[in-house]
Design a protein around this ligand. Structure first.
Ligand SMILES: Cc1ncc(COP(=O)(O)O)c(C=O)c1O
Length: 376
């Protein structure tokens, strides 16, 4: 039996829910900002993984999407969403010749420039070039410039790598990305300057730089309005950021706010004790979440927050503990449905095959999580 049309109260639990109104509000906020400052948006699909969400974002004007993994890119490219000039930029580097073969073969099958890949090492670059020459296609590449994770150092090392790429007949150099992470405004500005200055240095060496990408949900305004950044790559904004979740935990370094749209619907399956209730979803459905987020979940009934002392997650249970002063325990009864907001949206989504899209309290559609469980 299809769940479409059921009220949230009738949905068997656990189930991943997407609140359509809040989700659409988030998309509208991000894209109206981007239009106002004239920056492109390439949402990071590692967050939401669903082709239907990519599609909504592309219809809104996204230049394409990012993925972290090659297998995520394969799943999304094969789902047929990246029509016209839309493409995927893969943000994680490859060292494995088998993956290089898969990537370049994918480009040969889907069309040149449909999948761009990030590089930070001459050995990776040379492997890509060789594979591209063998397949008779050109592999489009972007240098990842490091702000503390993978990547080449800003300045000279990035320029030298760009010069090397520009000389190779199997490759096309498209630009750089310098993901500055979820950091405070001042640090984001310092990092954006390094990224943009490095792009300028590459241009001064006579190499065109089309893409200069950076930006997370937390820094989208700072980075999106930084002169010289051509596109931003936020992901978790679609599911919210702010005191009511979800993103990575409940907060933001820069007072960024998007509405919470992602929850796991659970049922109270144990209500025999005054100091606690047990729910039928644990780390298996919510993921371990963000280890820095305390409590690991937020709980609500019909959109109204439940105040509890602490929560603990075991594999198949979430236990909410109450102190005598916590009057909300009295609101919870055996068999009742409760929505939990996970403390890390991306890893929570990865635990589910599909999300139920809810509008006006009813399931409007069921969206497959196209690129879930894609680790390679
Ligand atoms: C390279 C890269 N770009 C963009 C993002 C998106 O960050 P957020 O979900 O905070 O918007 C991430 C997240 O980890 C990332 O690794």
């Amino acid at each position: 039996m299809s769940l479409v049309g059921l009220s949230v109260e009738e949905v068997p639990t656990p189930a991943l829910l997407l609140d359509l109104d809040n989700f659409e509000w988030n998309i509208a906020k991000m894209f109206s900002f981007a239009r106002s400052v004239g920056v492109g948006v390439r949402p990071h699909a590692k967050t939401f993984k669903a082709a239907a969400i990519c599609n909504r974002l592309i219809s809104e004007g996204a230049v394409g999407v990012m993925t972290q993994k090659l297998s995520e890119a394969e799943a999304l490219l094969h789902s047929g969403i990246l029509y016209g000039d839309k493409n995927i930029l893969m943000s994680q580097e490859l060292t494995d010749p088998g993956k290089v073969e898969r990537l370049v073969g994918l480009g040969a099958a889907m069309g040149e420039g449909k999948i761009l890949t990030s590089v930070d090492d001459v050995r990776e670059v040379d492997m890509l070039n060789e594979a591209a020459l063998r397949w008779g296609v050109k592999q489009h590449t972007v240098i990842e410039m490091s702000h503390g994770r993978c990547g080449t150092a800003p300045g000279k090392p990035s320029v030298e790598l760009a010069k090397h790429i520009a000389k190779l007949p199997g490759l096309v150099f498209r630009g750089i990305y310098g993901y500055e992470n979820t950091v405070k405004r001042e640090l984001a500005l310092e990092r954006d300057k390094l990224t943009v200055d490095t792009a300028e240095a590459i241009r001064s060496a006579g190499i065109p730089v089309e893409i200069v990408s950076a930006g997370s949900t937390d820094t989208y305004e700072v980075t999106g309005s930084y002169r010289g950044i051509t596109e931003i790559e936020p992901g978790s904004f679609v599911f919210g950021v702010g005191p009511e979740g979800s993103g990575y935990g409940w907060g933001s370094n820069n007072d960024v706010y998007f509405k919470s749209s992602l929850t796991v619907l659970t049922t109270v399956i144990g209500a025999n004790f005054q100091d606690r209730v047990e729910l039928d979803a644990g780390s298996k459905e919510l993921s371990g979440g963000n280890p820095r987020a305390v409590p690991p979940v937020l709980a609500s009934v019909g959109g109204e927050a439940i105040h509890f002392d602490r929560a603990s997650l075991s594999e198949e249970h979430c236990t909410l503990y109450f102190e005598a002063k916590d009057s909300d325990r009295g609101r919870l009864t055996w068999g009742q449905k409760i929505q939990l907001t996970p403390s890390h949206c991306c890893t929570c989504v990865n635990q589910h095959d599909e999300m139920l899209v809810v509008k006006k309290g009813r399931v409007a559609a069921i969206w497959p999580i196209t690129a879930r469980g894609k680790y390679t």
